[in-house]
Design a binder for this molecule. Structure first.
Ligand SMILES: [Mg+2]
Length: 259
C-alpha cells in the first residue's frame, strides 16, 4: 500500500543541537525507497532553508520542499482569510519571510493581525503595542500553541505562553494555526500528495503530533526520544497507532545480499 510520512523534528530527528541516533539512516531510507516525506515543525523561527542547513549538520540531505513550518501554515491561513493584508509580528525571520512571500506587509499601524511566533525577540514594548492593537481590533494569531519548548539547557517558554499573556491582558482568544490544528495538518497532507489513509505522522508529543494525526484520521507513530515516556501515554484519551523507541527502529534491517 502507498504511504508517506509527516515527520516532526525536535525530539524525533534531533534534540536541540544533538542528532538522534538512527534519524539520518531513517531519512536516507525514505529517499532511497522513494517514500514521500515532509518535515513538519511548529517552530516558526526558521525558514525551510534554515532547517535544511541545520539538518545537513546532522548528515541529513534534504531540500526546502520537504519542510513545512507553522510560519508557512500561518502565512497561508491569513492569505486565505484576507489576501495582501497587514500584520504586526512578534516573531523571527521564518515568520517574517513567510508573510512577506505571501504578499503581507509588516506594520505597527492598524494591522489586520497581531501574529505571535516562536523566538527570542519578545520585550515589554512589543507586548504593550500588541495589546493596544488587539484592543483596537486586530485579530490575534499564534503560529502554534506549544507553551514550552525543549532546548539543550532545558525548557523555555513557547509561543503559546506568550499568547496566553496577551489573551489574559486583552480578554480576546487567539487562533492557533500550528499542529494539531487541522488547517496545518491538512495542508501538510496535500503537500505530500497522499490520501488521509496513506499518511503516517511521526512525532514525540501527544498533545500536538499524535492529537493532530488522530483528529485528521492519519496513522501515527510516537517516538520516545523527546517529550513523551510510556507513562505520558496513559494520560491521554487517544493513542498512537504504534510506539517505537526511536525513528531508527523504523529502518528495515538490510538483507545480507544488499549490504
Ligand atoms: Mg517534537
Amino acid at each position: 500500500m502507498k504511504y508517506g510520512y509527516l515527520i516532526d523534528m525536535d525530539g524525533v530527528i534531533y534534540r536541540g543541537s544533538e542528532p538522534i541516533e538512527g534519524a539520518a539512516e531513517f531519512v536516507a531510507h525514505l529517499i532511497e525507497e522513494g517514500i514521500p516525506y515532509l518535515f513538519l515543525t511548529n517552530n516558526s523561527a526558521y525558514t525551510p532553508l534554515d532547517v535544511v542547513v541545520k539538518l545537513r549538520k546532522f548528515g541529513i540531505e534534504t531540500s526546502p520542499e520537504h519542510v513545512y513550518t507553522s510560519a508557512q501554515a500561518t502565512a497561508e491561513f491569513v492569505h486565505l482569510q484576507k489576501p495582501n493584508g497587514t500584520a504586526f509580528v512578534i516573531g523571527e525571520g521564518g515568520l517574517l519571510a513567510a508573510l512577506h512571500e505571501i504578499g503581507y506587509a509588516i506594520t505597527r499601524d492598524e494591522p489586520d493581525y497581531v501574529i505571535v511566533g516562536e523566538g527570542r525577540v519578545l520585550n515589554y514594548e512589543l507586548l504593550e503595542h500588541a495589546h493596544r492593537l488587539i484592543v483596537n481590533g486586530a485579530h490575534l494569531l499564534a503560529t502554534n500553541s506549544d507553551t514550552w519548548c525543549p532546548t539543550d539547557a532545558g525548557p523555555r517558554p513557547g509561543c503559546g505562553a506568550i499568547v496566553a499573556m496577551l489573551e489574559a491582558a486583552t480578554g480576546r482568544k487567539a487562533y492557533h494555526v500550528g499542529k494539531p490544528n487541522p488547517f496545518m495538518m491538512r495542508a501538510a497532507r496535500k503537500r505530500l500528495g497522499l490520501r488521509t489513509d496513506e499518511v503516517i505522522m511521526i512525532g514525540d508529543t501527544m498533545e500536538t503530533d499524535i492529537r493532530g494525526a488522530t483528529e485528521l484520521g492519519f496513522r501515527s507513530i510516537l517516538v520516545l526520544t523527546g517529550s513523551s515516556t510510556p507513562q505520558t501515554l496513559k494520560e491521554f484519551p487517544f493513542a498512537p497507532t504504534q510506539v517505537v523507541r526511536s525513528v531508527g527502529e523504523l529502518v528495515p534491517a538490510r538483507s545480507p545480499g544488499r549490504a
